[in-house]
Design a protein around this ligand. Structure first.
Ligand code: ATP
Ligand code: MG
Length: 765
């Protein structure tokens, strides 16, 4: 009887309803983007609570980000009709892992106030261990070993379980020993790394069946979103909690493959390593009787985008074997996007071989829906300008900024948009990382520049006086501070006076003398030297660049890259002062949750989200697909990049704008680029290639100011060899000299290669 059904069930389609109401036994919802998987999970929790089947504290629900967890909690409150008290076990794998570990720390040899180390700390610690072994840490970089440990931990491997080949490959065969030493050292320090947040609970549950049983009794329902991106360790953790011994019932072995997963074989040694999952955990034990908890996982194999971080898409493909009797529900109706957007995304992803293949349809369509737009721009500056214009136009047509997002492949792409939006006075927010000018190395560098331009800037002075280390520690700074305060002068002025006295010890006095001399020199250069040149000089002569070059931490290369991007971003300004003013404005731009603002984020962190309008810039070979994925992953790498493109397009509800540029500057060198192969893979019926609509900013670039595509038919021969590629190629050839001369740089050929943007952002947790 429909009329008696609770409100929260109204409006669900039959398959969704089934997924919500099938509360007993394992359920897998395997479905494409925007079909309501997350909505099903949320409604399912509401249903469990409203029907009184469990208390909030008896539900374990895993989301991919903390933000998603917060949103889900709110949504459940709305569905149930009152605020939901508790839900303490709704969170990411990591946040739930921390909680478990704080409760049972002593069972794995920690105290409950253990600290969680970040990547920098981990690398430093490993470096110490490598040196303590008497090994050369240049030959055996700590950073590399940190990566190996991370990979092992994602696979759930303890030191005794790592593949022989891996152990041999590092540090003259000391890999295993080092890993073990690292784990011991962490325990001594009462610390753990991110991987341990999953591995310690696994160890703890295995060693303490009684504790595990408590949790079996506790968690009546387990739900997991984005199941396609779980890694092996997360999978093991889930299996431990989701499967409980049932004693008497006898069931034949579940017939799982002997190795962890078929794909392990491709990754070299892994298949030969001892399986970290014991037979009984697989339901293969002699008694064989295991029953699964009321587990509901939802996911989409086409959206598996964290393979590089150890995610195993096989986990989702194997669900029915893992949880016998599982009900698999498919959802085919997409509620998010128009037919054009869905058509474009489906056609693109069909180029992947390794997929299940799904049908998707939508009725969110009408006559005047826009096709997916493809635009070309000269360079990333023009790209940002044009996207800014498009956003302002939408704004004038009463669209909210909150409904728009710019999704980039690599985080360095964000800077151009941030700069542009500040100039336009457009509110924006960066999701999943600091804004460009907020990064540590950028703030340091800016402090140098500020102090050169504004010698009275004491905050800048204090920030860099001992960065890099010059032996000007706290006591010197205090003396300087007092000296400046009593005379009411800025600290830099105080410094140039105090070096004439003997208030400081000779060593500090000499060091301070050098700094003061440097700043005097830079100040005189301010009027005579081009400001970008001066900026580079300051960073070099101060030893700041050298400090990061000498730093072997995992972050250092990225920081050096950002410093280069900083210098590059100064070029568009007349002077250093003009640039500083601009940045002050950027930094002043508000970032609060309530304001109407465009979101800027990486494709990786956009998973699960949706926006009315989505901008996808930078669709060029080398950037997207990213060169490193191709180099390291081969075909699998390319397919993961394509899934990322699929995720990007399917975030859009109504409008999707894809951009590529003909020239990108990497490390001060112009590189002419090729449009991404993914553009060739879009279906002609759903795509519209924009005709010339972008201004050239008043700059004459060789008389090519009209259409950049073959106007007649951009897909002339077929969509496989679009006219834009030829037109584009022609343009870059013809204009190269002109541009090259103007900027004074050579134009390099296609692609990013070694010098390309190698930063891979880690998002999602
Ligand atoms: P993704 O794969 O991108 O994570 P998803 O499958 O989790 O997508 P949801 O985010 O749950 O999809 O839903 C997509 C959109 O469709 C949301 O705006 C959601 O509210 C809406 N939606 C889902 N089911 C229905 C329905 N039965 N009726 C109306 N709208 C729906
Ligand atoms: Mg979702």
């Amino acid at each position: 009887d429909r009329s008696k059904r609770p409100d929260y069930l109204a409006g669900l389609n039959p398959e969704q309803t089934e997924a919500v109401e099938t509360l007993d036994g394992p359920v897998l919802v395997l479905a494409g983007a925007g079909t309501g998987k997350t909505r099903v999970l949320t409604t399912r929790i509401a249903h469990i609570l409203s029907t009184g089947r469990a208390y909030p504290s008896q539900i374990l629900a895993v989301t991919f980000t903390n933000k998603a967890a917060r949103e889900m909690k709110e949504r459940i409150g709305v569905l149930v009709g009152h605020a939901v008290e508790g839900m303490p076990w709704l969170g990411t794998f990591h946040s739930i892992g921390v909680k478990l570990l704080r409760r049972h720390a002593e069972l794995v040899g920690l105290r409950s106030d253990f600290t969680i180390l970040d990547t920098d700390d981990v690398v430093r610690l490993i470096k110490q261990l490598i040196q303590a072994e008497g090994l050369d840490d240049k030959r055996w970089p700590a950073k590399q070993f940190a990566g190996m440990i991370d990979t092992w931990k994602n696979k759930g491997l303890d030191p005794s379980q790592i593949p022989e080949g891996d152990a041999r490959a590092f540090a003259n065969g000391k890999g295993r020993e080092l890993y073990a030493a690292y784990q011991n050292r962490l325990l001594t320090l009462n610390a753990c790394d991110f991987g341990d947040l999953l591995l310690h609970p696994i160890r703890m549950f295995r060693a303490n069946p009684d504790v595990l049983k408590d949790y079996h009794d506790k968690f009546r329902y387990i739900l997991v979103d984005e199941y396609q991106d779980t890694n092996t360790a997360q999978y093991m953790w889930l299996r431990l909690l989701a499967q409980r011994p049932q004693g008497s019932r006898n069931r034949p072995s579940s017939g799982l493959p002997a190795t962890l997963s078929p794909s392990d074989g491709e990754k070299g040694q892994a298949a030969r390593s001892p399986s970290p999952i014991s037979p009984s955990e697989r339901g293969e034990g002699r008694g064989g009787g295991q029953s699964a908890v009321n587990l509901c996982c939802v996911g989409d194999d086409d959206q598996s985008i964290y393979g590089w971080r150890g995610a195993e898409v096989d986990n989702i493909l194997r669900f029915e074997k893992d949880f016998p009797g599982a009900k698999v529900i498919k959802l085919e109706r997409n509620y998010r996007s128009t037919e054009h957007i869905l058509g474009a995304a489906s056609h693109l992803i069909a180029h992947n071989e390794g997929r299940l293949g799904k049908t998707l349809f939508t009725d969110r369509s009408n006559q005047d829906d826009e096709k997916v737009h493809v635009h070309a721009a000269w360079d990333s500056e023009e790209e940002a300008r044009a996207i800014g214009e498009e956003i302002e136009q939408l704004q004038r047509a009463e669209h909210n900024l909150n409904d728009m997002a710019i999704l980039v492949r690599a985080s360095f792409q964000m800077r151009e948009f941030e700069d542009r939006f500040v100039t336009l006075g457009l509110n924006y927010r960066v999701i999943g990382g600091p804004r460009f000018y907020e990064r540590l190395e950028i703030r340091d560098a800016m402090a140098y520049f500020r102090l050169v331009c504004q010698p009275a800037d004491d905050l800048a002075f204090e920030r860099i006086i001992n960065t890099p280390k010059r032996g000007l520690g706290e006591s010197t700074v205090r003396t300087l501070h007092d000296y400046a305060r009593t005379r009411d002068i800025p600290m830099l002025a105080a410094a140039s006076e105090i070096i004439e006295t003997d208030e400081l010890k000779p060593k500090a006095r000499k060091a301070l003398f050098d700094v003061v001399t440097d700043f005097r020199r830079w100040q005189t250069l301010l009027e005579t030297t081009p400001h970008t040149e001066l900026a580079e000089k300051i960073l070099d002569e101060s030893g700041y660049t050298a400090m990061w070059q000498a730093d072997k931490s995992a972050e250092a290369p990225g920081r050096l890259e950002n410093l280069k991007e900083l210098i590059r971003s100064m070029e568009t300004f007349e002077s250093m002062r003009g640039f500083l003013e601009h940045v002050a404005l950027v930094m002043d731009a508000e970032q609060n949750e309530d304001m109407d603002a465009v979101s800027i984020m990486t494709l990786h962190s956009a998973k699960g989200l949706e926006f009315d309008t989505v901008f996808l810039p930078g669709w060029e070979e080398g950037l997207f697909p990213h060169q490193r994925s191709l180099d390291e992953g081969g075909r699998a790498g390319l397919e993961e990049e394509r899934r990322l493109a699929y995720v990007g397009i399917t975030r859009a509800k109504h409008r999707c704008h894809i951009w590529f540029v003909s020239n990108r500057r990497i490390h001060g060198l112009w590189q002419s680029t090729m449009p991404s192969r993914f553009l060739d893979e879009l279906p002609i019926d759903h795509v519209e290639v924009a005709e010339q609509e972008v201004s050239f900013g008043g700059y004459n670039r060789g008389g090519y100011g009209q259409s950049r595509f073959d106007k007649a038919d951009p897909f002339e021969n077929s969509y496989q060899t679009p006219g834009w590629k030829r037109a584009q190629q022609h343009r870059s050839d013809a204009t190269r000299d002109n541009w090259g001369t103007r900027s004074g740089h050579a134009v390099e050929r296609i692609g990013y290669g070694e010098s390309g943007p190698r930063t891979r952002t880690i998002e999602g947790e």
